[in-house]
Design a binder for this molecule. Structure first.
Ligand SMILES: Nc1nc2c(c(=O)[nH]1)N[C@H]1C(S)=C(S)[C@@H](COP(=O)(O)O)O[C@H]1N2
Ligand SMILES: [Mo]
Length: 511
Protein backbone atom coordinates (compact mmCIF):
# COMPACT_ATOMS: atom_id res chain seq x y z
CA UNK A 1 0.00 0.00 0.00
CA UNK A 2 2.84 2.38 0.82
CA UNK A 3 4.51 1.61 -2.50
CA UNK A 4 1.22 2.21 -4.29
CA UNK A 5 0.77 5.50 -2.48
CA UNK A 6 4.31 6.42 -3.46
CA UNK A 7 3.51 5.70 -7.13
CA UNK A 8 0.49 8.00 -7.14
CA UNK A 9 2.21 10.76 -5.19
CA UNK A 10 5.30 10.79 -7.40
CA UNK A 11 3.06 10.68 -10.48
CA UNK A 12 1.18 13.67 -9.09
CA UNK A 13 4.44 15.57 -8.74
CA UNK A 14 5.65 14.70 -12.23
CA UNK A 15 2.26 15.44 -13.82
CA UNK A 16 2.41 18.92 -12.33
CA UNK A 17 5.42 19.49 -14.58
CA UNK A 18 4.12 17.59 -17.63
CA UNK A 19 0.40 18.44 -17.43
CA UNK A 20 -2.24 17.65 -14.81
CA UNK A 21 -4.33 15.56 -17.23
CA UNK A 22 -1.40 13.13 -17.64
CA UNK A 23 -1.68 11.71 -14.12
CA UNK A 24 -2.37 7.94 -14.14
CA UNK A 25 -5.74 8.10 -12.37
CA UNK A 26 -7.03 10.87 -14.65
CA UNK A 27 -5.67 9.07 -17.73
CA UNK A 28 -7.08 5.65 -16.90
CA UNK A 29 -10.33 7.31 -15.83
CA UNK A 30 -10.48 9.13 -19.16
CA UNK A 31 -10.04 5.85 -21.03
CA UNK A 32 -12.82 4.28 -18.96
CA UNK A 33 -15.15 7.22 -19.72
CA UNK A 34 -14.40 7.04 -23.44
CA UNK A 35 -15.05 3.30 -23.55
CA UNK A 36 -18.03 3.06 -21.24
CA UNK A 37 -21.01 1.57 -23.09
CA UNK A 38 -24.05 3.92 -23.12
CA UNK A 39 -26.02 1.62 -20.78
CA UNK A 40 -23.32 1.80 -18.11
CA UNK A 41 -22.94 5.54 -18.61
CA UNK A 42 -26.69 6.01 -18.22
CA UNK A 43 -26.62 3.86 -15.09
CA UNK A 44 -23.83 5.99 -13.65
CA UNK A 45 -25.57 9.26 -14.50
CA UNK A 46 -28.85 7.98 -13.03
CA UNK A 47 -27.37 6.75 -9.77
CA UNK A 48 -24.48 9.09 -9.13
CA UNK A 49 -25.53 12.16 -11.12
CA UNK A 50 -22.81 14.76 -11.28
CA UNK A 51 -20.84 12.79 -8.65
CA UNK A 52 -20.21 10.11 -11.30
CA UNK A 53 -16.62 11.30 -11.76
CA UNK A 54 -15.87 11.13 -8.05
CA UNK A 55 -17.31 7.61 -7.92
CA UNK A 56 -15.13 6.62 -10.88
CA UNK A 57 -11.98 8.01 -9.29
CA UNK A 58 -12.72 6.39 -5.93
CA UNK A 59 -13.40 3.13 -7.78
CA UNK A 60 -10.02 3.31 -9.51
CA UNK A 61 -8.30 4.04 -6.19
CA UNK A 62 -10.10 1.14 -4.48
CA UNK A 63 -9.05 -1.22 -7.29
CA UNK A 64 -5.48 0.04 -7.03
CA UNK A 65 -5.51 -0.65 -3.28
CA UNK A 66 -6.60 -4.23 -3.94
CA UNK A 67 -3.89 -4.62 -6.57
CA UNK A 68 -1.33 -3.11 -4.21
CA UNK A 69 -2.08 -5.65 -1.49
CA UNK A 70 -2.01 -8.51 -4.01
CA UNK A 71 1.29 -7.41 -5.49
CA UNK A 72 2.65 -6.88 -1.97
CA UNK A 73 1.79 -10.46 -0.99
CA UNK A 74 3.39 -11.71 -4.18
CA UNK A 75 6.53 -9.67 -3.46
CA UNK A 76 6.93 -11.43 -0.11
CA UNK A 77 7.59 -14.67 -2.01
CA UNK A 78 9.22 -13.29 -5.16
CA UNK A 79 10.79 -9.98 -4.40
CA UNK A 80 11.78 -9.12 -7.97
CA UNK A 81 8.54 -10.34 -9.52
CA UNK A 82 6.61 -8.02 -7.21
CA UNK A 83 8.55 -5.00 -8.33
CA UNK A 84 8.31 -6.05 -11.97
CA UNK A 85 4.51 -6.20 -11.65
CA UNK A 86 4.48 -2.63 -10.33
CA UNK A 87 6.27 -1.61 -13.53
CA UNK A 88 3.53 -3.29 -15.57
CA UNK A 89 0.98 -1.00 -13.88
CA UNK A 90 3.21 1.92 -14.79
CA UNK A 91 3.08 0.86 -18.43
CA UNK A 92 -0.73 0.64 -18.30
CA UNK A 93 -0.93 4.19 -16.93
CA UNK A 94 1.60 5.45 -19.47
CA UNK A 95 -0.20 3.88 -22.43
CA UNK A 96 -3.50 5.34 -21.22
CA UNK A 97 -2.00 8.82 -20.84
CA UNK A 98 -0.22 8.87 -24.20
CA UNK A 99 -3.33 7.60 -25.95
CA UNK A 100 -5.59 10.39 -24.68
CA UNK A 101 -6.99 12.65 -27.42
CA UNK A 102 -4.51 15.42 -26.59
CA UNK A 103 -1.83 13.02 -25.32
CA UNK A 104 1.87 13.31 -26.18
CA UNK A 105 4.85 11.02 -25.43
CA UNK A 106 5.75 13.19 -22.42
CA UNK A 107 2.44 12.19 -20.83
CA UNK A 108 3.96 8.75 -20.14
CA UNK A 109 6.35 10.29 -17.62
CA UNK A 110 4.12 10.58 -14.53
CA UNK A 111 3.13 6.89 -14.69
CA UNK A 112 6.63 5.66 -15.57
CA UNK A 113 8.49 7.68 -12.95
CA UNK A 114 5.85 6.89 -10.35
CA UNK A 115 6.04 3.16 -11.09
CA UNK A 116 9.84 3.04 -11.05
CA UNK A 117 9.90 4.78 -7.67
CA UNK A 118 7.19 2.47 -6.33
CA UNK A 119 8.96 -0.65 -7.61
CA UNK A 120 12.07 0.46 -5.77
CA UNK A 121 10.21 1.28 -2.56
CA UNK A 122 8.49 -2.10 -2.67
CA UNK A 123 11.79 -3.88 -3.24
CA UNK A 124 13.48 -2.09 -0.36
CA UNK A 125 10.59 -2.51 2.06
CA UNK A 126 10.18 -6.21 1.30
CA UNK A 127 13.91 -6.57 1.83
CA UNK A 128 13.47 -5.24 5.34
CA UNK A 129 10.99 -8.01 6.03
CA UNK A 130 13.57 -10.70 5.29
CA UNK A 131 15.50 -12.58 7.99
CA UNK A 132 18.42 -10.63 9.44
CA UNK A 133 21.78 -12.27 10.05
CA UNK A 134 21.79 -13.04 13.76
CA UNK A 135 24.89 -12.02 15.68
CA UNK A 136 24.52 -15.00 18.03
CA UNK A 137 21.96 -17.76 18.72
CA UNK A 138 21.23 -16.17 22.08
CA UNK A 139 19.85 -13.03 20.52
CA UNK A 140 17.39 -15.04 18.43
CA UNK A 141 16.23 -16.92 21.48
CA UNK A 142 15.65 -13.72 23.31
CA UNK A 143 13.39 -12.50 20.47
CA UNK A 144 11.68 -15.84 20.46
CA UNK A 145 11.38 -15.55 16.67
CA UNK A 146 13.80 -18.17 15.46
CA UNK A 147 14.42 -18.10 11.72
CA UNK A 148 11.55 -15.73 10.88
CA UNK A 149 13.26 -12.86 12.65
CA UNK A 150 13.30 -9.57 10.83
CA UNK A 151 14.37 -6.09 11.59
CA UNK A 152 11.02 -4.76 12.77
CA UNK A 153 12.40 -1.44 13.84
CA UNK A 154 14.27 -0.99 10.57
CA UNK A 155 11.13 -1.82 8.59
CA UNK A 156 8.94 0.61 10.48
CA UNK A 157 11.50 3.37 9.99
CA UNK A 158 11.86 2.67 6.27
CA UNK A 159 8.09 2.40 5.74
CA UNK A 160 7.41 5.61 7.64
CA UNK A 161 10.11 7.44 5.72
CA UNK A 162 8.72 6.20 2.38
CA UNK A 163 5.16 7.20 3.32
CA UNK A 164 6.27 10.62 4.53
CA UNK A 165 8.41 11.27 1.45
CA UNK A 166 5.49 10.24 -0.75
CA UNK A 167 3.09 12.52 1.07
CA UNK A 168 5.60 15.32 0.63
CA UNK A 169 5.92 14.62 -3.09
CA UNK A 170 2.15 14.53 -3.50
CA UNK A 171 1.69 17.74 -1.59
CA UNK A 172 4.43 19.44 -3.59
CA UNK A 173 2.77 18.21 -6.78
CA UNK A 174 -0.53 19.78 -5.80
CA UNK A 175 1.17 23.06 -4.94
CA UNK A 176 3.08 23.05 -8.20
CA UNK A 177 -0.05 22.35 -10.23
CA UNK A 178 -1.88 25.26 -8.69
CA UNK A 179 1.06 27.59 -9.26
CA UNK A 180 1.29 26.44 -12.89
CA UNK A 181 -2.43 27.25 -13.19
CA UNK A 182 -2.09 30.56 -11.37
CA UNK A 183 -1.89 32.39 -14.70
CA UNK A 184 -5.24 30.99 -15.76
CA UNK A 185 -6.81 31.81 -12.41
CA UNK A 186 -5.44 35.35 -12.56
CA UNK A 187 -6.59 35.88 -16.14
CA UNK A 188 -10.11 34.92 -15.11
CA UNK A 189 -9.96 37.02 -11.98
CA UNK A 190 -8.70 40.08 -13.85
CA UNK A 191 -11.20 39.84 -16.67
CA UNK A 192 -13.68 42.69 -16.79
CA UNK A 193 -16.67 41.64 -18.85
CA UNK A 194 -17.33 43.94 -21.81
CA UNK A 195 -20.45 46.06 -21.96
CA UNK A 196 -22.68 44.44 -24.60
CA UNK A 197 -23.55 46.48 -27.72
CA UNK A 198 -26.69 44.38 -27.82
CA UNK A 199 -27.79 43.79 -24.22
CA UNK A 200 -30.38 41.18 -23.29
CA UNK A 201 -33.80 42.71 -22.81
CA UNK A 202 -34.65 42.98 -19.11
CA UNK A 203 -36.30 39.85 -17.76
CA UNK A 204 -40.02 40.72 -17.62
CA UNK A 205 -41.23 41.16 -14.02
CA UNK A 206 -43.62 38.23 -14.24
CA UNK A 207 -41.08 35.71 -15.56
CA UNK A 208 -40.12 34.50 -12.12
CA UNK A 209 -43.18 33.36 -10.14
CA UNK A 210 -41.09 32.99 -6.98
CA UNK A 211 -43.03 30.01 -5.73
CA UNK A 212 -41.36 28.02 -2.98
CA UNK A 213 -39.82 24.86 -4.44
CA UNK A 214 -39.86 26.17 -8.02
CA UNK A 215 -36.52 26.55 -9.84
CA UNK A 216 -35.50 30.19 -10.07
CA UNK A 217 -35.82 31.70 -13.56
CA UNK A 218 -32.07 32.32 -13.80
CA UNK A 219 -29.99 29.40 -12.56
CA UNK A 220 -27.07 30.66 -10.44
CA UNK A 221 -23.66 29.52 -11.70
CA UNK A 222 -22.93 27.54 -8.56
CA UNK A 223 -26.04 25.41 -8.99
CA UNK A 224 -25.89 25.17 -12.80
CA UNK A 225 -25.63 21.52 -13.83
CA UNK A 226 -22.28 20.33 -15.11
CA UNK A 227 -21.93 17.54 -17.65
CA UNK A 228 -18.62 16.74 -19.32
CA UNK A 229 -15.98 14.04 -19.66
CA UNK A 230 -13.16 16.03 -18.04
CA UNK A 231 -11.74 14.41 -14.90
CA UNK A 232 -9.37 17.35 -14.60
CA UNK A 233 -11.12 20.65 -15.33
CA UNK A 234 -9.02 22.46 -17.96
CA UNK A 235 -7.63 25.77 -16.74
CA UNK A 236 -6.63 27.93 -19.65
CA UNK A 237 -5.02 31.33 -19.54
CA UNK A 238 -7.28 33.69 -21.50
CA UNK A 239 -4.19 35.58 -22.71
CA UNK A 240 -2.75 32.55 -24.47
CA UNK A 241 -6.12 31.24 -25.71
CA UNK A 242 -6.65 31.06 -29.47
CA UNK A 243 -9.53 29.87 -31.61
CA UNK A 244 -8.86 28.64 -35.11
CA UNK A 245 -11.61 28.55 -37.74
CA UNK A 246 -10.77 26.51 -40.80
CA UNK A 247 -11.94 23.71 -43.08
CA UNK A 248 -14.01 23.11 -46.17
CA UNK A 249 -15.52 26.27 -47.60
CA UNK A 250 -13.58 28.57 -45.28
CA UNK A 251 -12.36 31.19 -47.76
CA UNK A 252 -10.38 33.11 -45.12
CA UNK A 253 -9.21 30.90 -42.25
CA UNK A 254 -9.12 32.82 -38.97
CA UNK A 255 -7.27 32.61 -35.70
CA UNK A 256 -8.73 34.83 -33.01
CA UNK A 257 -7.44 35.69 -29.56
CA UNK A 258 -9.47 36.58 -26.50
CA UNK A 259 -8.62 40.26 -27.05
CA UNK A 260 -9.92 39.97 -30.63
CA UNK A 261 -13.23 38.69 -29.29
CA UNK A 262 -13.47 41.53 -26.77
CA UNK A 263 -13.00 44.00 -29.63
CA UNK A 264 -15.98 42.67 -31.56
CA UNK A 265 -19.68 43.33 -31.28
CA UNK A 266 -20.72 41.78 -27.98
CA UNK A 267 -24.20 40.43 -27.45
CA UNK A 268 -25.95 39.27 -24.31
CA UNK A 269 -28.79 36.73 -24.29
CA UNK A 270 -30.78 34.54 -21.93
CA UNK A 271 -30.58 30.95 -23.14
CA UNK A 272 -31.67 27.71 -21.50
CA UNK A 273 -29.17 24.88 -21.89
CA UNK A 274 -30.27 21.26 -21.64
CA UNK A 275 -28.45 17.95 -21.67
CA UNK A 276 -29.59 15.06 -23.84
CA UNK A 277 -28.91 12.75 -20.87
CA UNK A 278 -31.63 14.47 -18.88
CA UNK A 279 -34.36 11.98 -18.04
CA UNK A 280 -37.98 13.11 -17.91
CA UNK A 281 -38.17 15.23 -14.77
CA UNK A 282 -34.38 15.33 -14.46
CA UNK A 283 -32.04 18.10 -13.28
CA UNK A 284 -29.70 18.60 -16.28
CA UNK A 285 -31.20 21.82 -17.54
CA UNK A 286 -30.46 25.38 -16.55
CA UNK A 287 -31.05 28.93 -17.68
CA UNK A 288 -28.34 31.58 -17.76
CA UNK A 289 -27.57 35.02 -19.14
CA UNK A 290 -24.69 34.58 -21.58
CA UNK A 291 -22.45 37.23 -23.02
CA UNK A 292 -20.21 36.84 -26.04
CA UNK A 293 -19.85 37.09 -29.79
CA UNK A 294 -22.24 35.87 -32.47
CA UNK A 295 -20.70 32.76 -33.97
CA UNK A 296 -22.38 33.45 -37.32
CA UNK A 297 -20.54 36.81 -37.56
CA UNK A 298 -17.18 35.07 -37.23
CA UNK A 299 -18.12 32.37 -39.71
CA UNK A 300 -19.26 34.94 -42.25
CA UNK A 301 -16.02 36.83 -41.81
CA UNK A 302 -14.19 33.59 -42.54
CA UNK A 303 -16.16 33.32 -45.75
CA UNK A 304 -18.40 30.46 -44.63
CA UNK A 305 -21.76 30.05 -46.33
CA UNK A 306 -24.54 27.80 -45.05
CA UNK A 307 -25.57 24.84 -47.23
CA UNK A 308 -28.79 26.66 -48.21
CA UNK A 309 -26.61 29.28 -49.90
CA UNK A 310 -24.38 26.75 -51.57
CA UNK A 311 -21.76 26.29 -48.85
CA UNK A 312 -19.95 22.93 -49.11
CA UNK A 313 -19.92 22.20 -45.36
CA UNK A 314 -23.00 21.29 -43.35
CA UNK A 315 -21.25 20.54 -40.05
CA UNK A 316 -19.19 22.62 -37.64
CA UNK A 317 -16.91 20.46 -35.54
CA UNK A 318 -15.89 22.30 -32.39
CA UNK A 319 -12.85 20.90 -30.59
CA UNK A 320 -11.95 21.57 -26.98
CA UNK A 321 -8.53 21.66 -25.37
CA UNK A 322 -9.31 18.29 -23.80
CA UNK A 323 -10.09 16.63 -27.11
CA UNK A 324 -13.90 16.70 -26.99
CA UNK A 325 -15.52 17.05 -30.42
CA UNK A 326 -18.99 18.48 -30.86
CA UNK A 327 -20.78 18.62 -34.24
CA UNK A 328 -23.33 21.35 -34.95
CA UNK A 329 -25.30 22.02 -38.15
CA UNK A 330 -23.91 25.07 -40.01
CA UNK A 331 -27.43 25.91 -41.14
CA UNK A 332 -28.68 26.17 -37.54
CA UNK A 333 -25.82 28.36 -36.38
CA UNK A 334 -26.31 30.73 -39.35
CA UNK A 335 -30.13 30.84 -39.45
CA UNK A 336 -30.34 34.05 -37.45
CA UNK A 337 -30.64 32.58 -33.96
CA UNK A 338 -28.28 33.79 -31.24
CA UNK A 339 -25.59 31.11 -31.43
CA UNK A 340 -22.93 32.52 -29.14
CA UNK A 341 -19.25 32.10 -28.50
CA UNK A 342 -19.78 32.89 -24.85
CA UNK A 343 -17.20 34.37 -22.50
CA UNK A 344 -19.49 35.31 -19.65
CA UNK A 345 -22.26 33.61 -17.69
CA UNK A 346 -24.64 35.41 -15.34
CA UNK A 347 -22.48 38.49 -15.02
CA UNK A 348 -19.13 36.80 -14.46
CA UNK A 349 -16.45 35.27 -16.66
CA UNK A 350 -17.32 31.65 -17.44
CA UNK A 351 -16.51 29.48 -14.44
CA UNK A 352 -13.66 27.05 -15.27
CA UNK A 353 -16.07 24.12 -15.02
CA UNK A 354 -18.36 25.77 -17.55
CA UNK A 355 -15.72 26.36 -20.20
CA UNK A 356 -13.49 29.35 -19.39
CA UNK A 357 -12.36 31.25 -21.36
CA UNK A 358 -14.78 30.56 -24.23
CA UNK A 359 -17.56 28.10 -25.00
CA UNK A 360 -20.36 27.74 -27.51
CA UNK A 361 -24.07 28.07 -26.71
CA UNK A 362 -26.71 27.49 -29.39
CA UNK A 363 -30.36 27.96 -28.45
CA UNK A 364 -32.47 24.94 -29.38
CA UNK A 365 -29.80 22.22 -29.48
CA UNK A 366 -28.78 19.79 -26.75
CA UNK A 367 -25.38 20.52 -25.22
CA UNK A 368 -23.58 17.57 -26.80
CA UNK A 369 -24.27 18.94 -30.30
CA UNK A 370 -23.69 22.60 -29.57
CA UNK A 371 -22.20 23.74 -26.29
CA UNK A 372 -18.46 22.98 -26.60
CA UNK A 373 -16.61 24.17 -23.48
CA UNK A 374 -12.91 25.14 -23.48
CA UNK A 375 -13.22 25.50 -27.24
CA UNK A 376 -10.05 25.94 -29.28
CA UNK A 377 -10.84 24.93 -32.83
CA UNK A 378 -13.75 25.07 -35.26
CA UNK A 379 -13.55 22.97 -38.38
CA UNK A 380 -16.05 23.20 -41.20
CA UNK A 381 -16.82 19.77 -42.60
CA UNK A 382 -19.74 17.50 -43.46
CA UNK A 383 -21.91 15.17 -41.41
CA UNK A 384 -21.21 12.48 -44.00
CA UNK A 385 -17.46 12.61 -43.45
CA UNK A 386 -17.12 13.11 -39.69
CA UNK A 387 -18.77 11.73 -36.54
CA UNK A 388 -18.16 13.70 -33.35
CA UNK A 389 -17.41 12.13 -29.95
CA UNK A 390 -20.93 11.19 -28.81
CA UNK A 391 -22.08 10.26 -32.31
CA UNK A 392 -19.40 7.56 -32.31
CA UNK A 393 -21.04 6.36 -29.10
CA UNK A 394 -24.52 5.76 -30.51
CA UNK A 395 -26.02 9.25 -30.08
CA UNK A 396 -27.64 11.11 -33.00
CA UNK A 397 -25.81 13.51 -35.26
CA UNK A 398 -28.75 15.90 -35.08
CA UNK A 399 -30.36 16.67 -31.77
CA UNK A 400 -32.74 19.61 -31.47
CA UNK A 401 -34.12 20.00 -27.95
CA UNK A 402 -37.43 18.20 -27.46
CA UNK A 403 -40.37 19.99 -25.84
CA UNK A 404 -40.26 19.10 -22.16
CA UNK A 405 -41.87 20.09 -18.90
CA UNK A 406 -41.10 19.33 -15.28
CA UNK A 407 -43.02 19.53 -12.02
CA UNK A 408 -40.76 21.15 -9.42
CA UNK A 409 -43.32 21.36 -6.63
CA UNK A 410 -44.85 19.44 -4.92
CA UNK A 411 -41.89 17.06 -4.65
CA UNK A 412 -42.46 13.33 -5.21
CA UNK A 413 -44.15 11.72 -2.17
CA UNK A 414 -44.79 15.09 -0.54
CA UNK A 415 -47.83 15.20 1.72
CA UNK A 416 -49.55 18.57 1.30
CA UNK A 417 -52.74 19.37 3.20
CA UNK A 418 -56.11 19.21 1.40
CA UNK A 419 -57.08 22.56 -0.15
CA UNK A 420 -55.39 24.71 -2.76
CA UNK A 421 -51.92 23.33 -3.57
CA UNK A 422 -49.80 25.21 -6.11
CA UNK A 423 -48.42 22.76 -8.67
CA UNK A 424 -45.55 24.53 -10.41
CA UNK A 425 -42.55 23.88 -12.59
CA UNK A 426 -40.71 24.78 -15.77
CA UNK A 427 -41.23 23.94 -19.43
CA UNK A 428 -38.80 24.39 -22.30
CA UNK A 429 -38.68 24.14 -26.07
CA UNK A 430 -35.76 26.39 -26.91
CA UNK A 431 -36.16 28.57 -29.99
CA UNK A 432 -39.78 27.45 -30.43
CA UNK A 433 -41.02 28.81 -27.11
CA UNK A 434 -43.76 27.51 -24.84
CA UNK A 435 -47.38 28.43 -25.58
CA UNK A 436 -49.29 26.21 -23.16
CA UNK A 437 -48.77 23.96 -20.15
CA UNK A 438 -51.40 21.58 -18.81
CA UNK A 439 -51.65 19.49 -15.67
CA UNK A 440 -53.89 16.56 -14.90
CA UNK A 441 -54.64 14.58 -11.77
CA UNK A 442 -55.03 10.79 -11.76
CA UNK A 443 -55.40 10.65 -15.55
CA UNK A 444 -58.40 13.02 -15.48
CA UNK A 445 -59.02 16.04 -17.72
CA UNK A 446 -56.14 18.41 -18.53
CA UNK A 447 -56.17 21.77 -16.75
CA UNK A 448 -54.46 24.76 -18.22
CA UNK A 449 -51.68 26.10 -16.04
CA UNK A 450 -50.93 29.81 -15.75
CA UNK A 451 -47.75 30.65 -17.68
CA UNK A 452 -45.20 33.06 -16.31
CA UNK A 453 -44.32 35.99 -18.59
CA UNK A 454 -42.13 34.92 -21.53
CA UNK A 455 -38.55 36.17 -21.43
CA UNK A 456 -37.63 34.81 -24.84
CA UNK A 457 -38.43 31.71 -26.83
CA UNK A 458 -34.88 30.55 -26.14
CA UNK A 459 -35.54 30.27 -22.42
CA UNK A 460 -37.61 28.00 -20.29
CA UNK A 461 -40.90 29.23 -18.91
CA UNK A 462 -42.29 28.78 -15.45
CA UNK A 463 -45.90 27.75 -14.90
CA UNK A 464 -48.29 27.16 -12.01
CA UNK A 465 -51.66 25.50 -11.54
CA UNK A 466 -53.68 25.93 -8.36
CA UNK A 467 -54.80 22.44 -7.52
CA UNK A 468 -57.87 21.96 -5.32
CA UNK A 469 -56.38 18.92 -3.63
CA UNK A 470 -58.48 16.30 -1.87
CA UNK A 471 -57.25 13.68 0.60
CA UNK A 472 -55.60 10.56 -0.70
CA UNK A 473 -52.85 9.47 -3.08
CA UNK A 474 -52.76 11.35 -6.35
CA UNK A 475 -50.66 11.33 -9.49
CA UNK A 476 -49.91 14.68 -11.08
CA UNK A 477 -48.82 14.84 -14.72
CA UNK A 478 -47.69 17.72 -16.88
CA UNK A 479 -47.36 18.36 -20.61
CA UNK A 480 -46.33 21.41 -22.60
CA UNK A 481 -47.18 22.75 -26.03
CA UNK A 482 -44.48 24.64 -27.93
CA UNK A 483 -44.70 27.80 -29.99
CA UNK A 484 -45.43 25.85 -33.18
CA UNK A 485 -48.54 24.35 -31.56
CA UNK A 486 -47.03 20.88 -31.14
CA UNK A 487 -47.83 19.21 -27.83
CA UNK A 488 -45.20 17.24 -25.94
CA UNK A 489 -45.63 13.53 -26.60
CA UNK A 490 -46.60 11.19 -23.78
CA UNK A 491 -44.71 8.33 -25.37
CA UNK A 492 -41.92 7.26 -23.01
CA UNK A 493 -38.53 6.88 -24.65
CA UNK A 494 -35.11 6.88 -23.00
CA UNK A 495 -32.35 9.41 -23.46
CA UNK A 496 -30.41 7.51 -26.17
CA UNK A 497 -30.13 8.45 -29.05
CA UNK A 498 -31.60 11.96 -29.14
CA UNK A 499 -33.34 12.80 -25.86
CA UNK A 500 -36.03 11.38 -23.56
CA UNK A 501 -39.76 11.95 -24.02
CA UNK A 502 -42.80 11.30 -21.88
CA UNK A 503 -44.80 13.23 -19.32
CA UNK A 504 -43.26 13.94 -15.96
CA UNK A 505 -45.41 12.63 -13.17
CA UNK A 506 -45.28 13.08 -9.42
CA UNK A 507 -47.15 11.04 -6.83
CA UNK A 508 -48.25 12.86 -3.68
CA UNK A 509 -50.16 11.88 -0.58
CA UNK A 510 -52.61 14.59 0.41
CA UNK A 511 -53.35 14.22 4.10
N1 LIG B 1 -15.23 20.22 -23.81
C1 LIG B 1 -16.44 19.72 -23.51
N2 LIG B 1 -17.55 20.46 -23.78
C2 LIG B 1 -18.77 19.97 -23.49
C3 LIG B 1 -18.92 18.69 -22.92
C4 LIG B 1 -17.74 17.93 -22.66
O1 LIG B 1 -17.78 16.80 -22.17
N3 LIG B 1 -16.52 18.49 -22.96
N4 LIG B 1 -20.18 18.23 -22.62
C5 LIG B 1 -21.30 18.82 -23.36
C6 LIG B 1 -22.58 18.45 -22.81
S1 LIG B 1 -23.06 16.84 -23.02
C7 LIG B 1 -23.40 19.36 -22.21
S2 LIG B 1 -24.98 18.95 -21.80
C8 LIG B 1 -22.94 20.73 -21.91
C9 LIG B 1 -23.09 21.01 -20.44
O2 LIG B 1 -22.59 22.28 -20.13
P1 LIG B 1 -22.40 22.70 -18.62
O3 LIG B 1 -21.55 21.65 -17.97
O4 LIG B 1 -21.80 24.04 -18.62
O5 LIG B 1 -23.79 22.71 -18.01
O6 LIG B 1 -21.60 20.91 -22.27
C10 LIG B 1 -21.20 20.32 -23.48
N5 LIG B 1 -19.86 20.74 -23.76
MO1 LIG C 1 -25.16 16.68 -22.38
Amino acid sequence: MIAGFCALAVAELVSAVVRPEAGPVAAVGGVVIDRTPPVVKDFAVRHFGTADKLVLELGILALLAVFAVTVGLMALRHRLLGSATVLVFGVVGAVAAVGRPEGSPADALPSVVGAVMAAEVLYLLVGRLGPVPRPSPAAGERDGQGNGAFDRRGFVIAATAAAAASAGAGFLGRRLTSSVQAGATASRHDLVLPVPESPAPAVPPGADLRIRGLSSFITPNKSFYRVDTALVVPRIDADSWRLRIHGKGVARPLTVSFQDLLGREIIERDITLACVSNEVGGPYVGNARWIGVRLADLLREAGVEPPSQGGPSDQIVARSVDGMTIGTPVETVMDGRDAILALGMNGEPLPFAHGFPVRMVVPGLYGYVSACKWIKDIELTTFASYDAYWVRRSWSQQAPVKTESRIDTPRPFASPKPGIVPVAGVAWAQHRGISRVEVRVDGGPWHRARLAAEDSRDTWRQWVWEWPATSGNHTLEVRATDGTGATQTGERVGTVPDGATGWHSVVVDVS
